[in-house]
Design a protein around this ligand. Structure first.
Ligand SMILES: [Cu+2]
Length: 117
């Protein structure tokens, strides 16, 4: 009886703890639409140390969004949505590029990211 009760208690704790944490952090969500051959918006500004969720959507084929210096790489399937949470740990201007080859203009797909104090 006691082990069962303990297991139930642990399960409950495991279930509620992440929810409570997520609500406490409540990271800002930023929608980005990728489409041959651009990102919309083409420029975003974030605050250093503030967690965000980048929500990448594809309006056509598969795309990706990589910020090499920030260790972020999101890949999205054709017509799909993918997201990644990260916290910018340094200020500066960064350039995100499409990380999935999507056609002739692939190399021109960039997104400017400014991280401010
Ligand atoms: Cu591409």
């Amino acid at each position: 009886m006691l082990p069962a009760l303990l297991a139930a208690l642990l399960a409950t704790t495991a279930f509620f703890a992440p929810t409570a944490r997520a609500q406490a952090a409540a990271p800002r969500r930023i929608d980005i639409v990728s489409k041959r051959f651009s990102f919309d918006p083409g420029e975003i500004t974030l605050k250093k140390g503030e967690p965000v969720v980048l929500v990448l959507k594809s309006a056509d084929v598969a795309h990706g969004l990589r910020f090499r210096d920030l260790n972020v790489n999101i890949k999205v399937n054709a017509g799909g949505t993918a997201e990644a949470q990260f916290t910018p740990d340094k200020t500066g201007d960064f350039v995100g590029v499409c990380s999935v080859f999507c056609g002739s203009g692939h190399g021109m797909m960039t997104l400017k990211l400014h991280v401010v104090e």
